[in-house]
Design a protein around this ligand. Structure first.
Ligand code: ADP
Ligand code: ADP
Length: 228
């Protein structure tokens, strides 16, 4: 079953020098439970695509569907992670991870929220760091915490825009393994924007290559999960 369906989406930004076409008649399906990577050169419209799926923008033409519903406004059922995690410095790591639950599930008992956040932090190897402030953690650890925050409320899909792009090569590969392990324990549908072909092949079930100006999905590679 399709979780994300992009149907013939065309979009241009209005700029001072006229319209800048970014996506042209783009169609794409991400099946429920799959991990889909989107690769393509800088400026080809990858971030634009994530904003359309999250309902933060409307396309000029075409439709975006999420879990059988047309997306026309911002979605709480989308978890997002970015290259530079935005964690609140005045909150502990645990309190940062709990934040989406406070918004989406205000009636959930406090102890259940804490248990859920602790469970995820433990899955990504952050036991013992729950009470630290974000600035007390390394970049890789902050990204781990931000991934927990993005999925704590069990969104329909986790959208990641270059989440490992700012990390050194060793930390980045650690995080690939963490992401892989996390998905074994806590299955979710994922859309990963990346420049890194090795990363896409390691993590994704399928890789969508965006190319052309404006971009259309040119082809989809099925890669399958890595064998352990
Ligand atoms: P990518 O994520 O693949 O690098 P983006 O979706 O960020 O690409 O951007 C696609 C193109 O649209 C780029 O040329 C970028 O400069 C332009 N662009 C992105 N956001 C805006 C905006 N808000 N206004 C005008 N142009 C934009
Ligand atoms: P990552 O690979 O997550 O970026 P680092 O390579 O920077 O983490 O750190 C490796 C290990 O060092 C961490 O897994 C953690 O056990 C420990 N560490 C890093 N920063 C701190 C800190 N501020 N306090 C205590 N231990 C830390």
């Amino acid at each position: 079953e399709a979780l994300i369906e992009i149907k013939g989406v065309t979009h241009a930004y209005q700029t001072a020098t006229g319209p800048l076409p970014v996506l042209d008649d783009l169609s794409l399906v991400v099946p429920e439970g799959d991990f889909c990577a989107v690769v393509g050169p800088s400026g080809c419209g990858k971030s634009t695509l994530t904003r359309l799926i999250a309902g933060l923008m409307k396309p000029d033409r075409g439709e975006v569907w999420l879990h059988g519903e047309r997306v026309t406004s911002p979605r709480k059922t989308v978890g997002m992670a970015f290259q530079n995690p935005v964690l609140l410095e005045w909150r502990s790591i645990l309190q940062n991870v709990i934040l989406p639950l406070e918004i989406v599930a205000p009636s959930m008992p406090r102890r259940d929220r804490i248990a859920r956040a602790e469970e995820l932090l433990s899955l990504v190897g952050l036991d013992g760091f729950e009470g630290k402030r974000p600035s007390e953690l390394s970049g890789g650890m902050r990204q781990r915490a931000s991934l927990c925050r993005a999925i704590v409320h069990k969104p329909d899909v986790l959208i990641m825009d270059e989440p490992f792009g700012a990390l050194d090569a060793f930390t980045r590969e650690d995080l690939w393994q963490t992401m892989h392990d996390l998905r074994m324990k806590e299955p979710f549908t994922a859309l990963l924007i990346t420049h890194d072909l090795r990363e896409s092949v390691f993590l994704a079930d399928e890789v969508v290559v965006l190319s052309g100006r404006p971009a259309t999905a040119q082809y989809v590679l099925k890669v399958g999960l890595p064998q352990d």
